[in-house]
Ligand binder design. Structure first.
Ligand code: DGY
Length: 317
């Protein structure tokens, strides 16, 4: 039986399968393991099933036991793993695409709606029970028939587009490559992110975090957005330059922001917390039972296939 380290608790359905298939070291307390703990607990393991919160940079990868041959990430995003460093050491890296597309697209729409319809301020007023209905009370910005820019038109971006069409939105997108017309479904391609921003009354960030997308929304590029734009980020915190965004939210350039992901999460730039035009969630993108079971199964499938000597379909290096 192959030996694996599972860095966080899995749902019982997944845990049972892991224990049936592998000699697995579990993290019963479900605490966030430090890199040193991951290195020492995986000492004689053949693989690691980890979550996005576990960082595997070049240095950590260089300290992993030579017995470790696969890192199966329980997430679609794998910016927590230095894929090239893993490849140099002969370690396969896999992710869990497809299974969390719908759940994450739902959260993108929730962020857009929560931000644009002032859900955070609304909750505060409702809780205080002192609000007084009036014709101009907490007026939001309506999504219907507006232009939606989607940064990153992969599976999740396309699922956001599908939902946004229900609001009558005109879909624009920027992607490394233009999609075929059966995937575009009428969405308008922008080769350049700035040209997308110019059209984006609403902007949904759904691209992976890479060297090219880090701080893509910054002091210079935010200026390209229409005044009073609404922005939602369900991808990764690194894509927004927080200082520039906070400034734009204070000035009114950005009407409201919805965030599910943060730079250095779970920490959050304290200046954000002083702002009312912010709708926040604690990285809930894939957090439904069905999705989390499917993510676990996908990571386990990847380990199983790899240990059978085949290339897992989700191998990213
Ligand atoms: C992912 O899969 O990348 C999500 O952010 C995890 O919730």
């Amino acid at each position: 039986m192959k030996k694996i380290l599972v860095t966080r608790n899995l749902l019982p359905e997944n845990e049972k399968r892991v224990l049936d298939l592998f000699n697995a070291t579990l993290n019963k307390e479900d605490k966030v393991l430090s890199p040193e703990e991951v290195i020492s607990l995986s000492k004689d393991c053949d693989g690691i099933l980890c979550v996005g919160g576990n960082k595997f940079d070049k240095e950590i990868i260089s300290k992993l036991s030579s017995s470790v041959k696969i890192i199966a990430n329980y997430a679609v995003g794998y910016n927590n793993v230095d894929v090239d460093a893993a490849e140099e050491r002969g370690i396969a890296v896999t992710n869990t695409p497809e299974v969390l597309t719908d759940a994450t697209a739902d959260i993108s729409i929730l962020l857009l709606l929560g931000a644009s319809r002032r859900a955070y301020e609304g909750r505060k007023h409702a809780e205080a029970q002192s609000w007084n209905w009036s014709t101009n009370f907490l007026m939001g910005k309506q999504m219907s028939n507006k232009k939606l820019g989607i940064l990153g038109m992969g599976r999740i971006g396309r699922a956001v587009a599908q939902r946004a069409r229900g609001f009558g939105m005109e879909i624009h997108y920027h992607n490394r490559n233009k999609l075929s017309s059966d995937l575009e479904l009428g969405a308008i391609y922008h080769k350049d992110a700035k040209s997308l921003f110019v059209e984006s009354e609403f902007l949904s960030i759904n691209c992976p975090a890479t060297a090219e997308t880090t701080n893509l929304l910054n002091e210079e590029t935010i200026k390209f957005l229409p005044d009073k734009a609404v922005v939602a980020n369900a991808a990764r915190g690194d894509i927004i330059d927080d200082r520039a965004m906070i400034q734009a939210m204070k000035s009114g350039k950005i009407f409201a922001l919805g965030l599910d992901v943060y730079n250095g999460e779970p920490r959050i730039n304290k200046e954000y917390l002083k702002l009312d035009n912010l709708f926040l969630l604690p990285h809930l993108g894939s957090s439904t039972k069905r999705t989390r079971i499917d993510m676990g199964d996908r990571a386990i499938d990847n380990l199983e296939v790899f240990f059978l000597g085949k290339k897992p379909k989700d191998q990213v290096n």
